[in-house]
Design a protein around this ligand. Structure first.
Ligand code: NDP
Ligand code: 8X3
Length: 252
């Protein structure tokens, strides 16, 4: 069975992606920092009849990333697909009001974390002469928006890295794709708004947002095209959202 490595699988898109591929009996490597959630997800995946291994690490910690991947049992070292999904927004502020802690968290997770994980998996894919890296970007990496500043910058970086990786890895037969969602109801806004449930719920008021399974279906489609087909870039929004600036909300 093919195998997939998913970062940030304890919630939202990552969790839905893990379950989607498990339904299709892929072998699943799941990552995240919350070990209790990894354990629960492991059980759910096993109940679907798929093999699973948990790698609890913080993508921001280069040493942890390196050791976790190096210490994978040999049978797990053949990785057909990597989904670089772990990520977050922290805060919603004008640039002049931004907090450097938030900036560091976003840059360290969304850009450097993605790089650390990818750097440690690429050698395995080069050795096997195949592989597929799927980066979760965002519409925030296609258009900047007010108070998006540093989050947008990290997702623009993901866009640039996706394009660069595809060029650099061409000779090794490794596919590189990006899936760029618009507004999706996950724990994203709760994290961004530092646990303020009321404000987080308001983000999705008056329109039907994407849900995690919408993204999981797309990632599954992207990952299962024939060997000669590489989907470069997918941008997907709720029907009520045209881009970062135009979201149609209906009053109650
Ligand atoms: P969630 O908050 O629901 O899930 C985020 C996941 O990332 C969690 O599993 C979390 O796990 C993990 N994560 C965060 N920081 C780290 C870290 N340092 N190390 C390891 N894992 C980490 O959000 P989403 O599912 O919505 O977000 C997933 C990706 O999709 C992100 O890259 C986000 O930027 C992107 N995105 C989200 C959109 C949305 O509207 N929801 C739209 C476009 C893109 P844990 O806390 O256990 O470590
Ligand atoms: C998350 C979508 O538009 O809130 O990446 O930035 S948005």
């Amino acid at each position: 069975m093919p195998s997939i490595f998913i970062t940030g699988a304890t919630a939202g898109f990552g969790r839905a992606i893990a379950l989607k591929f498990a339904q299709h009996h892929w072998s699943i490597i799941i990552n995240g920092r919350r070990t209790d959630r990894l354990r629960t997800l492991e059980e759910e995946i096993k109940n679907l009849g798929a093999d699973v291994i948990s790698l609890p690490f913080d993508v921001r910690n280069e040493q942890q990333v390196m050791e976790a991947i190096e210490n994978l049992p040999n049978k797990w070292k053949h990785i057909d697909a990597l989904v670089n999904n772990a990520g977050l927004a922290a805060g919603v502020n004008l640039i002049q009001d931004g907090k450097t802690d938030d900036w560091n968290t976003m840059i360290d997770t969304n850009v450097k974390g993605l790089l650390y994980v990818t750097k440690n998996i690429i050698p395995l894919m080069i050795k096997q002469k195949s592989g597929h890296i799927i980066n979760i970007g965002s519409i925030a990496g296609k258009d900047a928006y007010m108070k998006g500043n540093v989050y947008c910058a990290t997702k623009y970086a993901v866009d640039a890295l996706t394009k660069s990786m595809r060029i650099d890895l061409l000779e090794h037969g490794i596919k590189v794709s990006a899936v760029n969602p618009g507004a999706a109801e996950t724990e994203f806004s709760l994290v961004r708004l530092k646990g303020d449930t009321e404000k987080a719920n308001a983000v999705y008021k008056g329109f039907q947002p994407l849900v995690a399974d919408d993204i999981a279906e797309i990632v599954y489609f992207v990952a299962t095209r024939p060997a000669h087909v590489c989907i470069n870039d997918v941008v997907v929004t709720p029907t009520a959202q045209a881009n970062t600036a135009h979201l149609l909300r209906k009053a109650d």
